[in-house]
Design a protein around this ligand. Structure first.
Ligand SMILES: *Cc1c(COP(=O)(O)O)cnc(C)c1O
Length: 234
């Protein structure tokens, strides 16, 4: 009798790419003398439709990154209703008028980068419309490359701003995030961020994207944010 096993996922499908990325992450960790379990993968699903996200969920991925609050609110409540263990990271520049929605939706906001946003997030967290069972983590984004048009607190203001965030929000402030300038060698940016997190006793170091996540792991990333290498070009 002929049996019909489910077809293997096509070469280059999301399940295959997820496995390849996880393998590359583990190899980079071992090369750096680190434990692969200490590095999390944030699958950056911005611009990609819910069915691609479902494919990644089916392959075991639970943590996703989006850079726009509105897009995340359009896609994730339905996904989360089916998969209550999903975790959502907001990784894009955040407007203060979106702070309340961001606090309601996200598990981690990675783009805390200025005093007015700190005020808006603190106010939103005081009157939470959140499910009480979820905690919110915040990362301070640092503009390590001094790029005027980019989000992130300037390097020279980082220490004072991190201290202000922790005074206000306490242990919700979990770590640091950066995006090195395109074209720069990312390694010194990553090294700076990991060192700064260690000096402040912050556990989470979010750095590394599709093109440089292995370098980021070598420099101490505890989470990498990978989009196009997993979901394809945007
Ligand atoms: C889009 C984005 C990523 C993912 O970039 P890829 O190069 O597609 O992996 C990571 N971090 C942030 C902040 C992003 O906006």
């Amino acid at each position: 009798m002929t049996s019909f096993p489910p077809p293997p996922s096509p070469p280059g499908g999301i399940a295959d790419r997820l496995r390849q990325i996880r393998d590359r992450m583990a190899e980079a960790a071992l090369r750096a003398g680190r434990s692969p379990e200490d590095i999390a993968l944030v699958a950056v699903s911005k611009t990609h439709p819910a069915d691609r996200i479902e494919a990644a969920i089916a392959a075991g991925q639970r943590c996703f990154g989006e850079n726009r609050v509105q897009e995340a609110m359009a896609k994730f409540p339905a996904l989360r209703a089916r998969h209550p263990d999903l975790r959502i990271h907001l990784i894009g520049g955040l407007q203060t008028n979106k702070a309340r929605d961001a606090v309601c939706l996200a598990d981690t906001i990675e783009s805390l980068d200025r005093p007015r946003l700190l005020d808006a997030l603190a106010a939103a967290m005081d009157r939470p419309a959140r499910r009480p069972d979820r905690t919110l983590s915040l990362l301070v984004q640092v503009n390590t490359g001094h790029e005027p048009q980019k989000s992130g607190v300037p390097r020279q203001d980082a220490d004072a701003f991190i201290a202000a965030c922790r005074d206000r929000l306490g242990s919700a402030v979990r770590g640091l995030m950066c995006i090195p300038p395109e074209g720069d060698d990312p390694a010194p940016h990553f090294a700076w961020l990991a060192d700064r997190a260690a000096r402040h006793g912050l556990a989470v170091v979010s750095m590394g994207m599709s093109g440089d996540f292995e370098t980021a792991i070598a420099q101490g990333a505890t989470q990498v944010r990978v989009g196009s290498a997993l979901f394809g070009a945007r």
